[in-house]
Design a protein around this ligand. Sequence first.
Ligand SMILES: [Zn+2]
Length: 183
Amino acid sequence: MVAFFNACSPEDGQIFSPYSPTESRYVLPYPIGTAYTCMQSWNGPYSHQDVFYYSVDFSMPVGTVVTASREGTVFYYYDSFYDNDATEGHENILIISHGDSTYSRYIHLTYHGVRVKTGSYVHRGDTLGYSGKSGTPIAHLHFDVTKVCYNRDCQTIPFLFCNTGDQPFGPKTGYEYQAWPYK
Ligand SMILES: [Zn+2]
């Protein structure tokens, strides 16, 4: 028997509050059963300050499968920077629009690592592409949720992951989060 974690249902919940752990519909951005360590969370001193305050970095090797954290439409992507290019601003990025004026962003993806097309609809858990180390010296996935924004420095907003252990004040730096099955 597989125990499902029901805090994630329903997928297209009309009631959605990114501020509430019991209503949050974000699942971890990697496949069920896998686990990665949060190497920098909210208010992280290295790069999660100011508009980037509510961001999470997961340590993962280049080429790790990245999956959709929340359903939505592929809004934009760029994946032509190289993985050995640590220049700030050279981050490969994929942005999903959730239709409620919020967007989630998957950053530092690998070179030509995006596997979805602009305008296509993705469900939670669908493969989006592969992680990398573009625009950073350390291989990891940066994930955040933003308001409407058309540049790099977008205001991030709080969110919690519903298919893993509690995060009362957001994911914690140094903790590993396993992606649990969900409905
Ligand atoms: Zn980050």
